[in-house]
Design a protein around this ligand. Sequence first.
Ligand SMILES: [Zn+2]
Length: 71
Amino acid sequence: MSASVSAEIVTVYQALDGGIHHARCGQRVALHGQRAEELDFYCLTCAESVTLPVCVLSRIPVAGEPTECAA
Ligand SMILES: [Zn+2]
C-alpha cells in the first residue's frame, strides 16, 4: 500500500474548543511530546499514541455542531 500525503486526516479531529480529539473514541488526546516535525498525542481511553506531522495540524478537520449554542 502506498500512503498519500494528501490523504484526509481520519485519526483525529479538532473540536470547537480547539482540542484535538481521537476519532476512534471521541475523547480528547493529550499532547505527549514533540519531535522535530511531529507531535505526539496520547489517548488515555485507547492507551494509544497518535503521532501527527506538524504540517497537518492546520488541516485537521474541525467537528462542526449543527446547532449553535451560546456558551
Ligand atoms: Zn481513543
